[in-house]
Unconditional design. Sequence first.
Length: 277
Amino acid sequence: MNEIFDQMVSRYEIRTRGEKLMAQREVIQEITLSALHRAGFFERVAFYGGTCLRIFHHLPRSSEDMDFSLMKKDSGFSLEPYFKPIQNEFKSFGREVIITKKARKASSQIESAFLKDTTEILNVEFQTERTIKIKIEVDKDPPMNFSTEYKLLLLPYSFMTRCFTLPGLFAGKIHALLFRTWRNRVKGRDWYDLEWYVRKDCSADFHQLKARSIQFGYSGKEDFTEEVCIGMLKSRIEATNMAFVKADVTPFIKDISELDIWSTDYFLQLADRIKFE
């Protein structure tokens, strides 16, 4: 069955060891989805985030983590029952993976695990040795105002994955831009995705964004309206160092000339073009 893994990797244009690593990571993500499908995971869970956007909507940047949300709150949910199905799926493709559960803080509603492909050591930049490691996270206490749809994957076999709709994905991205805290760092991938949504003329699901913002982050005295949201986003744009933004996203894209236009003014104008539904 290893030829299917190789076939999936061969879909990518690979010119460097870094691009090979990214291609293999994405194939591993797709096999993980196939294993979760067999295990009935998507009967109660939906896929969202940058990797969902990359796999199902062809976002032109790579993504490392896999983010999921329960369809309804369940503080007792655990990823552990899915570890064995994932390992068995990879074994059928001639791959060996290790899955470890990440210890979480008592106040956290995120269930996390790390999947590591130990089949081969990949020699990448600077001759360092790296294995492919993917973080899997499930939000166990999601806001309920979101819609899902089933999206088709044809490899490693034909199956459906329950995903957030594009407006819901966009809402989640705006929420991340408004409230994500990385101490002194910024996540340039969030800014890249914002640009992608606006250029694709996507609308954001404001009802989901409002519910998520009130539950996770917003403490303002006035009602969270579309105008308040855009005002907050512009304030975040003006306070962000664009050099840091570019530096974070550069390893995840092939053509860094795309970033030449990036500036505070550019993103302020993108913010004015955001549409809600």
